[in-house]
Design a protein. Structure first.
Length: 297
């Protein structure tokens, strides 16, 4: 019988869940019913996977990538150039999180006011608040409203992320894929302990540059890539994850691996919503020497 790899409860028709190998919140489609119970799936989804979703939601919005429940919701961010809090929207646009107030001054006397925000009600509420503080502007003729969204994003926007929760979610992706392919739970037991919150992160590493180089005809594609490599000689079982064709991490699933040599890659084109096990369009930029150096650092 199959058991949840987190709590070890035996899975049955009443408690099994559909687990996305890569969270559906970031466009994942590959699924399994033999990994997690409903409770563990829900808890990890609300914590670690929610952090992963928040971190990459701006890319989902930029490319208008749909999830099972439709387009992702707008997300809060900070414009690093202006310090303004903004809301990132689909199609690479954004709007102000709070109404923007601009005063027109002459000889230090307020001559006009402009309030900008896409929601007219927010503008009216902000004006009412200002009138309580500056009732003299109630007679102004020069009050302008602006409800338009801001132009397409050109500057960098910062989104706060919890790196510990991100590492848990990324480790879960690697474990999900390994077990989905028929791997033994005992082989990745240490990483599962980390996902359970029983140890510190000794498994997830930022690989720095992109691991996978797309062929010339695939340069415009936005792809999730999972690759598993098991090597008996180096005693390493390693997962590579590249999300949205740009963010790459390495997960050390086992540093004393003694199983069969294997190498398998899965990729999902988020723009065409097509999945494939064929890695003919990918070139893996990888060496165990580079991995050893990364682990030493």
């Amino acid at each position: 019988m199959t058991a949840c790899y987190i709590c070890e409860e035996v899975l049955n028709d009443t408690n099994l869940s559909v687990e996305h190998i890569i969270p559906n919140a970031i466009g994942g489609r590959l699924k399994s019913k033999n990994l997690l119970c409903i409770k563990c799936n829900s808890e990890l989804g609300e914590q670690a996977d929610a952090e992963l979703s928040k971190t990459f939601n701006h890319i989902m919005l930029r490319h208008e990538i749909r999830r099972a429940r439709g387009l992702p919701p707008p997300t809060k961010a900070t414009n690093v150039d202006t310090g303004e809090n903004v809301i990132l929207c689909p199609n690479n646009t954004y709007k102000l999180h709070e109404p923007k107030i601009e005063l027109k001054l002459a000889d230090e006397i307020i001559k006009g006011i402009r309030i900008s925000h896409p929601d007219k009600r927010r503008i009216e509420n902000e004006l009412a608040r200002i009138l309580k503080v500056l009732p003299e502007i109630n007679d102004f003729k020069n009050i302008k409203y602006s409800q338009t969204n801001l132009p397409p994003i050109k500057s960098e926007h910062h989104i706060n992320a919890d790196l510990d929760l991100l590492s848990v979610s990324l480790a879960k992706i690697a474990v999900n894929y390994f077990l989905h392919l028929g791997g033994e739970k005992e082989t990745v037991a240490n990483v599962i302990n980390f996902i359970q919150g029983k140890g510190r992160n000794e498994f997830v590493f930022n690989y720095g540059t992109n691991i996978f180089k797309l062929s010339p005809n695939n340069q415009e594609e936005v792809i999730h890539i999972l690759s598993l490599k098991g090597d008996r000689q180096s005693q390493k079982l390693i997962a590579f994850i590249q999300l949205f064709s740009e963010s790459s991490v390495l997960i050390l699933l086992n540093n004393e691996y003694n199983g069969d040599n294997f190498n398998t890659t899965y990729n999902h084109n988020l723009l065409t919503d097509k999945e494939t096990q064929d890695d003919s369009a990918l070139q893996l930029d990888f060496s165990y020497l580079a991995v050893d150096q990364l682990l030493k650092n």
